[in-house]
Design a protein. Structure first.
Length: 322
């Protein structure tokens, strides 16, 4: 790589001097936050972006800044409906994209939910595992032929993967007490493992897949938290890091939080990022320290055998539903 970026880099800084004219991207969940900034930065550098949104009518106003950036930068934005918590919706979106037939240079799987109260998707899966992992799994496997040779897949994971490994025996909390953060952590580990196995399966076409920790930022992702609960969470993280001898965690501005996924999708060395987990625009070191709030990636989130098992389990779970 010719340029070095870090925790404070923004998506626009990562793409500085990069012309994405003629490049096409799929970004899931462009209604707000990191996803919206990711799309804005890409189109402002000439890219064509297809953004998925659960509620097109309600989310169209939020896309106005992206459309304005597209006018200024020569890119374009197309919105399509997609509810990751419904495999019928996933199938419909995939069929629409396949019928269109145009290829993507990169897919950025960004949408998700966090620490929700217990619930199930339309198809009966635990909400976080079903939305964050299975919905993306079904979509991306379904449209894999549209990912161009030498393309890239970027799957947003989280530091929360450090909370819990996936549970392949009981992914839907049918035999154990539901814990919102454990469920979230498992879904984010699943995101990382999906990237590992997708990379293995498709690197023969030059396609590389990577998982990304965008960084902690204030978005609408923790919408199920009251302001007091969110403040309490931030204080808990700070205390845990201090007890582990770690520096305080710094909140990122949204343009900074969008940087690592854009970096992995566009400018990073494909062979360096393939099958790995990234934070702060760099490959993250393996760190199996006890603290769930430490930096780096737990080794179980990169376990190739577990990644294969999760793929097989995911295929079995969605089965004839897609």
């Amino acid at each position: 790589m010719t340029k070095s970026f870090g925790a404070k880099s923004t998506a626009d800084e990562v793409l500085s001097g990069v012309d994405l004219t003629g490049k096409r991207f799929l970004v899931t969940g462009v209604s707000s936050g990191i996803e919206l900034e990711t799309a804005r930065s890409l189109v402002s550098h000439g890219a064509s972006v297809v953004g998925t949104i659960r509620d097109l009518a309600r989310s169209e106003p939020a896309a106005a800044p992206v459309r304005e950036a597209a006018k200024q930068g020569g890119g374009s934005l197309e919105l399509i409906g997609l509810d990751l918590a419904s495999l019928k919706s996933v199938r419909a979106a995939a069929d629409r994209l396949l019928a269109d037939g145009r290829r993507f240079d990169a897919v950025i799987a960004n949408a998700g939910v966090m620490a929700t109260p217990f619930g199930r998707t339309v198809d009966g899966f635990e909400m976080q595992f079903g939305t964050n992992h299975l919905g993306h799994f079904a979509l991306i496997v379904g449209i894999e032929p549209l990912l161009a040779d030498n393309g890239r897949l970027v799957v947003l994971s989280s530091q929360a993967h450090r909370v819990a490994d996936v549970d392949l025996d009981d992914p839907n909390f049918e035999a154990q007490e539901y814990q919102p953060f454990v469920a979230y952590g498992r879904s984010k580990t699943a995101n990382a493992l999906f990237a590992v196995e997708f990379d293995r399966r498709h690197r023969g076409r030059g396609i590389r897949a990577a998982s990304v920790m965008p960084g902690n930022s204030i978005t609408d992702l923790p919408r199920h938290f009251s302001p007091e609960a969110l403040q309490g969470l931030l204080e808990t993280v700070g205390k845990a890091r201090a007890e582990a001898g770690l520096p305080p965690a710094e909140l990122k501005e949204i343009p900074q939080a969008a940087a690592t996924s854009v970096w992995a999708a566009v400018v990073a060395d494909r062979d360096e990022i393939g099958g790995r987990y990234h934070e702060d625009c760099a490959v993250a070191p393996i760190n199996d320290a006890e603290s769930p709030f430490a930096d780096g990636v737990r080794s179980y989130a990169l376990d190739t055998d577990k990644a294969r098992q999760l793929w097989v389990k995911s295929e079995a779970l969605i089965g004839a539903l897609v």
